[in-house]
Ligand binder design. Structure first.
Ligand SMILES: *Cc1c(COP(=O)(O)O)cnc(C)c1O
Length: 376
């Protein structure tokens, strides 16, 4: 069976984890944790970055930082992972879903402004497949209406929009290091990216259970105490050790994924040109990280048949999000603003092909051959 995903591993992870074990410092913000954060701060670059146990945790931290209150509204696409919405619903917010663009599956920036009400506090663009949302338009809307922008860049590490790294454009951004993403910190992990100076100090406090412990460790206060609301949002040093091995080879991993992505795109061009399938669009000004290779079938029935065909030839291809507004909790905690022209219909056509760091050309060729034979 060709799996859909395999967690990335460069080979150095084991050595760094052993090193962390020997150091007798296993909790968060140890040497590997700090090294990873410095890497992001200088390479993205970003004002400040904080490793978290997941992207979900980073989004929750962002919701606390932006002081989201019961009754506030937060605008986002419905075609996303549950955590994008949950982070704000946990603060009592109402989620307002806006339709997506069929070309990138990202929020349609031209529909956002009409969804704004006096209760709106934030916009949460999700960079689907590591391809950027139209951030200039989104940032201009946010500025006009005095809203926060929190980028769900869970899939977006190493991607950019007009030469700026995803996650560094909004007031706050979040990455995921879950094993299904391009880089992992041993299965679970995330990063909060702080671009707005106003959030830098409070973010550390909320992440450290609402204490000023980080300042204490830097010698800025002589004892640490409870100063704010907070939770435990630090990953362990073992997770950071795993991640460090991946950051050292960030470019190699990215190049290898891009090569695999381009191979699919090239080999499936014929089917796309003849109109049998649709392939992803990368808007000009965007560089992507090959997080995902998807194609679109003519509709739901053809998709089901294609997935079955691939499965019967030992290939695990998968569909993706069930739009949140069509789910039980989505109806309870959110509302869809305007017409669902593309969210549901486009999500029903989408098929994700196996793509991971160690995928071989031989495996990819088998996938390609079976897609072509399905359409013959
Ligand atoms: C993976 C993902 C998340 C959640 O990431 P975790 O690290 O598993 O919490 C959130 N949003 C999007 C768009 C994702 O793809």
């Amino acid at each position: 069976m060709i799996p859909f995903n395999r967690p990335p591993c460069t080979g150095a992870e084991e050595q760094y984890i052993k090193q962390a074990l020997k150091s007798n410092k296993l909790s968060g913000d140890g040497p590997f944790g700090k090294q990873c954060q410095s890497w992001f701060e200088s390479n993205l670059p970003a004002r400040k970055t904080l490793l978290t146990p997941s992207c979900t945790a980073a989004l929750e931290l962002a919701a606390v930082l932006t002081d989201i209150q019961p009754g506030d509204e937060v605008i986002m696409p419905s075609y996303t992972f549950v955590s994008t919405a949950n982070a704000f619903v946990l603060r009592g917010a109402k989620v307002v879903f806006v339709d997506i663009r069929p070309d990138t599956m990202n929020i349609d920036e031209n529909l956002i402004e009409a969804a704004i009400t006096p209760q709106t506090r934030a916009i949460v663009p999700v960079h689907y497949a590591g391809v950027a949302c139209e951030m200039d338009t989104i940032m201009a809307i946010a500025e006009r209406h005095n809203l926060y922008v929190i980028e769900d860049a869970a899939q977006g590490m190493m991607s950019s929009y007009k030469r700026r790294a995803l996650g560094t454009i909004g007031h706050l951004g979040a990455f995921s290091f879950h094993e299904t993403k391009n880089y992992t910190s041993g299965g679970e992990g995330g990063l909060l990216i702080i671009n707005d100076e106003r959030f830098a100090e409070r973010a550390e406090v909320i992440r450290e259970k609402g204490t000023n412990r980080s300042q204490f460790f830097r010698g800025m206060v002589d004892k640490y105490q409870w100063v704010d609301i907070g939770s435990s949002y630090l990953p362990s040093e073992l997770q950071s050790a795993y991640l460090w091995a991946q950051l050292e080879q960030a470019t190699e991993i990215n190049d290898s994924r891009l090569a695999a992505w381009n191979f699919y795109a090239h080999q499936l061009q014929g089917l796309s040109k003849s109109g049998r399938i649709e392939l992803p669009t990368i808007p000009t000004g965007c560089t992507h990280n090959a997080h995902m290779f998807y194609l679109k079938t003519s509709g739901l029935e053809e998709r089901t048949a294609l997935l079955e065909h691939l499965k019967s030839h030992d290939i695990l291809a998968v569909f993706h999000y069930v739009p949140l507004h069509t789910a039980k909790a989505g109806a309870e905690f959110g509302r869809f603003h305007g017409e669902d022209r593309f969210t549901t219909s486009e999500s029903e056509r989408l098929v994700r092909l196996p793509l991971f760091f160690s995928i071989t050309e031989h495996q990819q060729q088998h996938v390609i051959n079976e897609i072509i034979s399905f359409y013959e």
